[in-house]
Design a protein around this ligand. Sequence first.
Ligand code: PBG
Length: 355
Amino acid sequence: MRRGKSGKGVRGLTQNAGASTLAGMEFPLVHRPRRLRRTNAIRRLVRETEVLPGDLVWPLFVHGAAGDHAVESMPGVSRLSIDSLLRACERACGLGIPAVALFPCIEQQKKDAAGTHAFAVDNLLFTALRAVKSRFPELAVVSDVALDPYTDHGHDGLLSKDGSVVENDSTVDALCRLALLEAEAGADIVAPSDMMDGRVGEIRGALDRAGFQQTAILSYAAKYRSAFYGPFRDAVGSKTGGDSIDKSTYQMDSANSREALREVALDIEQGADAVMVKPAGPYLDVIRTVADKFEVPLAAYQVSGEYAQIHAAAERGWLDLRKARDESLAAIKRAGADFILTYFAAEFAADLSIK
Ligand code: PBG
């Protein structure tokens, strides 16, 4: 810029300033950015981004069995019994993590094509929501609105008669019913993760008509079809037949960013209180653009595959787990996310408190 304006810019500076010789050339080293990197104290002073426990949402998997079952592809993550879930929530509170996001793992025999079990008032999710909110009223609970934990085909919505497409409008009706039941069970924030068109407005209307004006909507607004969801689908058992399920007729194409702005704009117009970009790490450019263009709080989801790849490399001794974790989270915040859903939440917050 300076160069453009003066026409001589850096060269002008070179001619006027004193001498410092580099590689035999006269070169005025006025600017030495390394001065501000010299000590840890100075580095801390000029640090632009800091991830704090208050920025984090901890996603937790719950199952109906007693005891915990490790998720193989997500080291350190388990499907929790309700008791363990409550212990995890206690840990979150102790660490200053303000919110958890609950994902139920439903037994295969309870699943069907219509996801009927999603609407059983005593199902696992509603039981978990009630248990968490009665024990930890101060903890914010985010509840996913989508049918994939309950459908035997693993899609987020209802299929057309011939099974060829996920129907939009009938799915939106089902999502409204689900969101309402989640709000009734105590969810502070409902988070539609399905990518159907028009669901935010319909859910807002349904909640308001039922008296849940204070239940917030965090919309998975720019949710990409991604290979990075694989371990999550292991965790909730929504993998059908081993091959990865194709959600490309509703989740976004990873090649697009302008389209993300349109999705976010539509969801805000329909009443989303906060919006999300997902995955996070591979979509930092999208996070930055959305953060610059819109005024609502922006969430980013560091998804299961992002977590798994850091762990996998660390297990082989190829990456330092903590450093890679901290760097990945700082990058997401630096890109413009106001808060981050991450499976690292508790360990990260615990390490912060001992630093
Ligand atoms: C589905 C849902 C998915 C995730 C959160 N909600 C997977 C999918 O869309 O298939 C992924 C989260 C993760 O990978 O950590 N409604």
